[in-house]
Design a protein around this ligand. Structure first.
Ligand SMILES: [Mn+2]
Length: 365
């Protein structure tokens, strides 16, 4: 194995070893890594003889609704424990209702996370931004410590790695990520079954929402734009979360350098998701619209009508997006559609952080 796991503070491991009653919590609006970490570490610590409560403010997302032990997860953890552990949560606010001053602040606390922005909000902290997933960290730690990883544990941990790396496709997928995954396969995790469950299922309303978004796609030079509204959701019988895949599928369009997906929430609120090809930086355009995110995945909430939002988004993209042309960049406003730079087929780490929260992967890089 590469070195990950070796950098886990010994005091942190000792704190876990000494505790008998533990609660483990993860972040609000959870993803596969959140629940994979929660359930996987829970199984490990129970097999070590500890009394463990698993907590999350929100239920598991649909794509990981098959994980073992979901029914055990509670929304409010007990206070009479020896230790609280937060996994995959970038700050205490991400714990949502699990973070209560009289709870978290008064308990001995451990933080295990891979978000570089994590301030280390526990008494003992292991933050490893080089890890592609918190589940990768937990796998490395369990292997180093000789903690048991049975088949269910391996499935939980591999699920977190698969979801955070979008099946080993993100730029932060390393040899260490694959080594952790290999160790989990060797312990009974089923890669093809898990992949089919996580990435190969979409309820029909979600599929039909993608169809509507594709039909409405309009192209303006290097930019493509589409939209959905609340009526689409109700027409198609879609449930919250069914539209998650829309952004990912639309962003596969090869010719546009930037795609914009507008979701008209009604009442003059429009959520915007922006996705860009490698080499294109969306941040200035997102900032001009009052939003933010990452260079290639950004978003904003616009307080206006859908029609006005379309106009504002195209204006902001035209004014603020610089497109790569022959190694240099020029403002999009100076380019006609014939002047698009070469397509870069490299997969990119699309880590959406849009305030819209519609993305397929977790919210902070
Ligand atoms: Mn994660």
């Amino acid at each position: 194995m590469t070195g990950l796991g070796a950098d886990c503070p010994p005091d942190l491991v000792a704190a876990i070893g000494d505790a008998r009653r533990i609660w483990i919590g993860t972040h609000v609006d959870p993803d596969g890594d959140a629940y994979g970490s929660l359930l996987g570490l829970g199984l490990i610590l129970r097999s070590l003889g500890k009394t463990v409560t698993l907590a999350c403010q929100d239920p598991a997302p649909r794509e990981v609704d098959f994980l073992p032990g979901l029914a055990d997860v509670v929304a409010q953890p007990p206070t009479d424990v020896d230790l609280a552990i937060a996994v995959d949560a970038a700050d205490c606010g991400r714990l949502g209702k699990l973070y209560r001053a009289e709870g978290w602040a008064l308990l001995p606390t451990v933080v295990i996370d891979h978000h570089g922005s994590n301030p280390g909000f526990g008494r003992w902290n292991w933050v490893a931004p080089q890890a592609a997933a918190t589940c990768q960290m937990l796998t490395a730690l369990a292997l180093r410590e000789g903690w048991p990883i049975d088949r269910d544990t391996a499935r939980c941990l591999l699920t977190g790695i698969l979801t955070d790396t979008i099946s080993f496709r993100t730029t932060n997928t390393t040899a260490g990520t694959l080594e952790a995954a290999a160790a989990l396969l060797a312990r009974g995790a089923d890669l093809s079954d898990l992949s089919a469950l996580i990435f190969g299922r979409l309820p029909l309303p979600g599929l039909r929402l993608i169809g509507r978004a594709i039909e409405r796609l309009t192209v303006e030079g290097p930019f493509a734009l589409t939209w959905l509204n609340e009526a689409d959701l109700s027409d198609l019988g879609a449930r919250p979360g069914d539209g998650k895949e829309v952004t990912r599928v639309i962003s596969m369009a090869e010719e546009p350098r930037v795609v914009a997906i507008l979701r008209d929430k009604g009442g003059g609120k429009v959520d915007l998701s922006l996705r860009a090809k490698p080499g294109v930086d969306l941040l200035a355009a997102a900032a001009a619209l009052g939003g933010g995110g990452h260079p290639q995945a950004a978003g904003a909430r616009l307080l206006c009508s859908l029609e006005e939002a379309k106009t504002r988004v195209l204006a902001a993209l035209t004014a603020h997006v610089r497109l790569p042309v022959d190694g240099s960049t020029v403002p999009a406003a100076d380019l006609g559609p014939a002047d698009l730079g070469p397509a870069d087929p490299k997969p990119t780490d699309l880590k959406p952080t849009a305030p819209t929260g519609d993305a397929t992967v977790e919210g902070s890089a």
